[in-house]
Design a protein around this ligand. Structure first.
Ligand SMILES: Cc1cc2nc3c(=O)[nH]c(=O)nc-3n(C[C@H](O)[C@H](O)[C@H](O)COP(=O)(O)OP(=O)(O)OC[C@H]3O[C@@H](n4cnc5c(N)ncnc54)[C@H](O)[C@@H]3O)c2cc1C
Length: 463
């Protein structure tokens, strides 16, 4: 069985962390022939070469000036031409890259090459040349027949090379080698354009420091307050019509149009039928994993630009501008689509409960009292990556760039320092309460209320 792993090499010269997990998963499949596929500059050859030492027989590097500036649609097109030459039984992709952070390319690639698709894979329970069964993050166990593409979550750690390992071949493929249409590659083939980027200050709040005994009162008051759902500004000039897929994106739609129509069925064919019937200026989806998959499949099928995980929308009456965090959340990008309808997934809180109690590494010694505290409020648990990496809570609960996005009415961060990677996963929450003994912890810059406590000594008992 041949498994092709798509591996993006980042600006730091390292393999994208999610792709590293996909590679490790492929290497763990007994008797599989594993190959790597990457698109980028020729300087990535060395990194790919060292990655082959872990077990891949060969790595293919798509490198050509014509591929530069590609968005997800153009990248998926280019990768698909290489896949047709390599002819794998399975393709494993990381769920997303950290640079683009869209989770679209793998899904679009599966459509382009006609492979079955399973997204958000947490592990493989059974794989043969004919079928694969996987545990998924949000949809339980799934089985599909080959050929199939899996997008893999951050579930493992890439092995280290052994001293005796051999270096495999790295084959460079140009646009001519894969017979690419120059109009469909790189910037020319990309229907989305970044208009501007600026430092991401979203989610910053003025923190009022309170004592622990006010915690219950603050939680109750916050639950009664209207949720801060988006930071959109309503504008006079609006676009003519927006199609919302389910009711999830309605608050965003209202900020850019007075004429909102709905498709209640979050299914590729149903949405395409609605697009054809309604001819909207924009189509908006929620940000759950099914919406992300359906929107990317539609974009690939209709050759439309798609912007992922928007946190706000703007318009001048003609063009829709989609605002989203990028580059690990450090910048905010303003993006437009050159194709109509513009398509976007928007961050919504459909699946979040009213309260999320999130545990950081600093709370490692009072996890039982935090669980009891969360139960008392019917709250969902969350976790920082460091808490997950140290086995305090499972990965499914991780909030942030490489975890999930939540936006509950109340987010309580306990023993979390407030790294930008964590903040991008919770900065749309209604009220944020941070509990941390370090008054200078960055989390207080993103909190409405702060409690300065060293709960190693006292807090565990009080929760
Ligand atoms: C590419 C990449 C992706 C990442 N993705 C994510 C992601 O999705 N989600 C995520 O969360 N992180 C992510 N990270 C990691 C992130 O950068 C931070 O390292 C992580 O969020 C820190 O977790 P923490 O706040 O629990 O731990 P720490 O930074 O160690 O902070 C622990 C906090 O606990 C406090 N503390 C210490 N002792 C006590 C005590 N006795 N009582 C109370 N408090 C105490 C400390 O003051 C400190 O502020 C990512 C990093 C990278 C490089």
């Amino acid at each position: 069985m041949k498994i092709l792993v798509c591996a993006r090499i980042g600006l730091d010269g390292e393999i994208n962390p999610f792709d590293a997990c996909a590679y490790e998963l492929a290497l763990s499949v007994k008797d599989a022939e594993v190959c790597l596929l990457s698109m980028g500059p020729e300087s990535n050859k060395n990194m790919l070469s060292s990655l082959t030492r872990l077990g891949a027989k060969i790595a293919f590097l798509l490198s050509d000036p014509a591929f530069a500036g590609a968005d997800t649609l153009a990248t998926a097109y280019t990768l698909s031409l290489a896949v047709k030459i390599i002819k794998p039984d399975y393709i494993f992709c990381g769920r997303q890259t950290l640079i683009g952070d869209t989770a679209q390319t793998g899904v679009m690639l599966s459509y382009n090459v006609g492979f079955n698709l399973i997204t958000n894979v947490m592990g493989i329970s059974h794989i043969t040349e004919d079928t694969v069964s996987c545990k998924t993050r949000d949809e339980g166990d799934m089985t599909v027949s080959s050929p199939a593409l899996l997008t893999v979550e951050r579930i493992n750690t890439l092995r280290l090379p052994s001293i005796r390992s051999k270096v495999g071949e790295v084959k460079i493929l140009s646009a001519d080698d894969i017979k690419a249409d120059p109009q469909k590659c790189g910037l020319a083939g990309s229907p989305t354009r970044v208009i501007e980027t600026k430092e991401n200050t979203s989610g910053r709040r003025k923190c009022e420091f309170i004592t622990f005994d006010r915690l219950d009162e603050i939680i109750k008051n916050s639950l009664n307050k209207t949720k801060q759902k988006t930071q959109n500004t309503h504008t006079e000039k609006k676009i003519s019509k927006v199609l919302c897929v389910t009711k999830a994106p309605i608050e965003y739609a209202k900020t850019v149009s007075d004429n909102i129509v709905f498709c209640d069925n979050n299914d590729v064919d149903a949405v395409i039928k609605s697009i054809k019937a309604e001819n909207p200026d924009a189509v908006l989806f929620g940000s759950d994993s099914i919406s992300k998959r359906v929107s990317a499949l539609i974009a690939a099928k209709l050759d439309l630009g798609l912007c992922a995980d928007c946190t706000a929308l703007q318009t001048d009456g003609e063009t829709l501008y989609m605002i989203r965090p990028a580059l690990s959340g450090s910048v905010i990008a303003k993006i437009k689509s050159l194709t109509k309808p513009a398509m976007a997934t928007v961050r919504t809180n459909k699946n979040s409960s009213d309260i999320v109690v999130s545990v950081g590494y600093g709370a490692k010694n009072c996890i039982d009292s935090i669980k009891a505290f969360a139960d008392r409020y019917g709250a969902q648990l969350g976790a920082s990556r460091k808490a997950v990496d140290n086995d305090i809570l499972p990965y499914e609960l991780q909030v942030g760039l490489t975890g999930k996005t939540v936006s509950p009415s109340v987010y309580i961060a306990i023993g979390i320092s407030g790294a930008v990677h964590h903040i991008v996963g919770m900065d749309k929450s209604g009220t944020v309460i941070a509990i941390n003994p370090d008054k200078d912890a960055p989390i207080f810059d993103y909190a409405d209320y702060g409690i300065i406590e060293n709960f190693q000594n006292t807090f565990g008992g009080r929760l």
